[in-house]
Design a binder for this molecule. Sequence first.
Ligand code: CA
Length: 233
Amino acid sequence: MNKPLILVVEDDAPVCNLITTTLKTHDYRYLVASNGADALLQASSHNPDVVFLDLGLPDLDGIEVIRQIRGWSNMPIIVISARSEDEDKIEALDAGADDYLTKPFSVEELLARLRVTVRRLTLMSSESGTENAVYINGKLKIDHAAGCAYLADEELKLTPIEYKLLCLLAKNTGKVLTHTYITQNIWGRSWDNDVASLRVFMVTLRKKLESLPDSPQYIQTHIGIGYRMVRVE
Ligand code: CA
């Protein structure tokens, strides 16, 4: 992949400058939009590799921008929002955003999020067209045909729900999945009880999967939001 093209959607000029300066210094190409209508226009005409999207825009709601882009494209979207707006972040992730950055953020955080997303993109394009019968990430292996998961070649004794949960996270490696998204995919609904059950299943899954369940290597917790499977080198 040559230099990724990033669309930065942000109406706050200092924040926008911070992002574009960082991108420029690190050899990314970029485009800028300061409102939702312009964002949609640029997204459709330039087909960027990644979108950084501020949720609070002067014309359209950022969530609406995500919904519209998702109508025709899977381009990765990283949402930018203030810390007090957890609900918005969750709504954005459920609408199809891939990840989020919380204001104020550091340049390092911005670059880290971007690297994760670009890596996910590269992986997606290298895997497209091939049958993903076997998933490999670090020492974890999932054999979808056999319905088994292994850690360092040793079979993990998972319950059906733990296995389903692991497959769902693996399928979306690098992407933050909300509690609602996960419970809807596992149980076909999302009640408060299901979120509580999800936590319990996550604890038991981690005990089997992670060598140090308290500092997990594979599955990250996003407090109040959800979980993400991390690509392990
Ligand atoms: Ca704003």
